[in-house]
Design a protein around this ligand. Structure first.
Ligand code: SF4
Length: 230
């Protein structure tokens, strides 16, 4: 028997597909390694800021060897407008080293292998697998996906890996790569963190609006805020 939650999830997917037919990965990249670097940089930072930095970065550093051979201070300078640039510099260079030493200079294409790279957790691995290799390994959970999934009643969890588990259960695997992009587009355009435009939302009639403060000042039951990474 199909559950109400499954039916609602299917309807959400259908409407968002229609609303955002052109949704895509917001991080500019031309290969798997660039996407890996961009995704590491994007933690706690906007995609817009990352794209500004990588426009120059990817012209200067083209391969894992280039990052590995760079002086740590120089790479840190090149990404200094990004939050936590010192930690990210170390992670990118350590990941580049492992890619060179353990994977023949190519970004690996399995979850287990990607998780061996510094600075790579499930979210980053899902982004790379889904968008660079076309492998649906799980739903990417960033701060938009976490917020919308909670408001839409698709999860009660706050930790990204638990949210992903809930979404993986109800979102068909064929939609795992595109569904988060569409949620992110919707989060930016309509379901903002501070002031969701429920009156303009295509999901209004099927959204329980968990945790959303309505104009009447009523707080619907649910959890506020997500602890999800970026
Ligand atoms: S109805 Fe409101 S809370 Fe629900 S998805 Fe739309 S904007 Fe977000």
């Amino acid at each position: 028997m199909i559950s109400d939650k499954q039916k609602r999830t299917d309807e959400i997917i259908k409407r968002l597909k229609k609303e955002y037919p052109d949704a895509h990965c917001a991080l500019n990249h031309s290969n798997a390694f660039e996407l890996l670097v961009a995704t590491i940089l994007s933690a706690q930072c906007t995609d817009e800021r990352v794209n500004i930095v990588t426009a120059t970065l990817f012209r200067k550093y083209r391969t894992p060897h280039d990052y590995l051979n760079a002086a740590q201070e120089e790479l840190a300078q090149d990404i200094k407008s990004i939050n936590f640039f010192n930690t990210k510099t170390r992670n990118i260079q350590a990941a580049a080293q492992k890619i060179v030493e353990n994977f023949g200079g190519e970004v690996p294409c399995t979850m287990d292998e990607l998780l061996t790279l510094n600075g790579v957790a499930r979210k980053t691995a899902n982004v790379v697998l889904g968008n660079a290799f076309g492998i649906a390994s799980g739903v990417v959970v960033d701060t938009h996906v976490a917020r919308l999934s909670q408001r839409l009643g698709l999860t009660k969890e706050t930790m990204p890996e638990k949210i992903e588990k809930d979404l993986n259960e109800f979102v068909p695997q064929k939609d795992w790569v595109m569904f988060p992009h569409r949620l992110i587009f919707h989060g930016r355009a309509v379901c903002n963190a501070r002031k969701p435009k429920c009156g303009d939302c295509v999901l209004n009639d099927i959204c329980p609006k968990i945790g959303v403060v309505q104009e009447a000042g009523i707080l619907t039951p649910g959890r506020k805020g997500a602890k999800a990474q970026k």
